[in-house]
Design a protein around this ligand. Structure first.
Ligand code: DC
Length: 445
């Protein structure tokens, strides 16, 4: 079954949202919902019953007495009220003139919003209206706000009216539209406004095809795996190749056990840290199998170029002084999306080149990210460029990738705070084993 999408398309009258929503619904296999028709339905019913549409005290009891039934036909939602389908009457002048008053009644809005939300059970929806992204489905990631200048909107609406046999003058249509815009955006309950996170499209001068394309491209962009959105593969490749050449020339860099890094799926690459050289060394070696996201202290992002560069190569900013929830969430989401995340469990560069204990947050990340861990030992980077040294020295550097620590092994350490500590210890223990083996000359390929 394909994924359920709720596409919210808001905007003022005649901004093109109905036509675009229908087109997008057709192309993306969604059910089209015209939420304005619900407010028009309430208005039509009140006119039928002779209820004063400006008086909430009369409207609400009459509305609650009515029976609404919904049905999907030709990919769109239709309704009957007390067994009658209002059909074209919803577009008539009488309804048109009264609907803004009806739509401003809070009780009516509660009723309609509840009915609209229930439609979710039908599957994917392309729903157009005024408050779909802000009130009805505020959690959907697919929020759009279509707009056009008032003259263009009035021209479109006038053409629609003429086509349906109405005789209103263009100027009257413009004035009526402006009156409705004013009422819709100034009412107290759910006024017309751009929802937080909505993607605004100015439809003036664009045809339906073009707007539908812009909208669907945006959906495709939103659905790209997080990793693809976070890094630019070209810059990543240039960077890793550059580091590789530099480290090869100056430090005769070598790597061992790269086959331990799985080619696909979420994985954590956890390395010791004694030098500036470690991130480029681990990144350039790992790149021979796959791209990986590093975490780096957020202060590095302060300068213009570094900020640009670190974002291009997918680095996650981390506030090391406090438990950085945002960075943790990003890393966990990347791992769940099947990406690779590289980190330095010791947190900061070791002052004397010896291995340090892991920071507490590491175990948490590994447990929540639900991904295996590749322990990595970088040898020689301390000698090549330590925290206290005066620059980059031509000492040999080796990067050793150890056997995968599986999620079963990690889960075997238990749950909660205590387990987080044990996870960090296990990773550092595996790195220490790699160090020992390497120093004894036991690692060859
Ligand atoms: O989109 P439309 O012209 O059919 O909308 C009719 C009226 O209903 C209009 O005055 C705005 C109002 N409306 C609303 O307040 N909220 C919605 N989600 C949809 C329409």
């Amino acid at each position: 079954m394909s994924k359920q999408r709720i596409i919210a398309i808001d905007g003022p009258a005649a901004s093109g949202k109905s036509t675009v929503a229908r087109e997008v619904a057709k192309r993306m296999n969604c059910i089209y919902v015209d939420s304005g028709a619900f407010y028009r339905g309430v208005t039509w019913k009140m006119i039928q019953e002779g209820v004063n549409t400006k008086n909430p005290l009369l409207v609400l009891p009459a509305l609650l007495k009515s029976k609404w039934k919904f049905d999907v036909r030709d990919g769109a939602v239709f309704f009957t009220i007390d067994g009658v389908e209002p059909g074209e009457a919803l577009r008539g002048k009488e309804v048109r003139e009264a609907v803004s008053d009806i739509a401003a009644i809070p009780g009516v809005r509660i009723f309609v919003v509840r009915e609209l939300r229930k439609l979710k059970k039908l599957g994917s929806l392309a729903m157009e209206g005024r408050d779909i992204g802000s009130v009805v489905f505020p959690k959907t990631p697919y929020k759009f706000y279509l707009d056009a200048n008032p003259e263009e909107r009035a021209k479109r609406r006038h053409a629609e009216l003429v086509a349906s046999g109405e005789t209103e003058k263009a100027q009257e249509v413009l004035e009526s539209l402006q009156r409705r815009d004013q009422k819709d955006s100034s009412r107290k309950t759910a006024p017309l406004k751009i929802a937080v996170g909505a993607y605004v499209i100015d439809t003036s001068g664009h045809n339906i095809e073009e707007v539908a394309r812009i909208l669907m491209d945006r959906i495709a962009e939103l659905e790209k795996p997080r990793s693809e959105k976070m890094l630019n593969p070209i810059w990543y490749s240039i960077t890793c190749n550059f580091f590789w050449v530099c480290l090869r020339l100056r430090n005769r860099i070598k790597f061992y056990g790269l086959r331990n890094v799985p080619k696909t799926g979420g994985v954590i690459v956890a390395s010791n840290h004694a030098s500036y050289i470690d991130p480029p060394a681990v990144g350039a070696c790992t790149y021979r199998t796959r791209m990986t996201h590093f975490m780096a202290r957020d202060t590095l992002f302060k300068k213009g170029f570094m900020n640009w560069f670190l974002h291009k190569v997918g680095v996650i900013p981390l506030d090391r002084d406090k438990g950085d929830v945002k960075a943790m969430k990003t890393a966990i989401a990347l791992l769940k999306d099947g990406a690779s995340v590289a980190l330095f469990p010791e947190g900061t560069r070791s002052l004397d080149g010896t291995l340090q204990p892991a920071k507490p947050g590491i175990g948490f990340l590994v447990a929540k990210g639900n991904a295996p861990v590749v322990p990595v030992y970088v040898h020689g980077s301390y000698e090549a460029w330590s925290k206290n040294s005066d620059g980059w020295k031509p000492k040999p550097v080796s990067v050793i990738f150890g056997q995968l620590i599986t999620q079963e092994q990690i889960r075997g350490l238990g749950e909660g705070r205590e387990a987080y500590g044990l996870i960090g210890e296990l990773i550092m223990k595996r790195i220490a084993e790699l160090k020992e083996k390497f120093e004894k000359g036991l690692i060859h390929e």
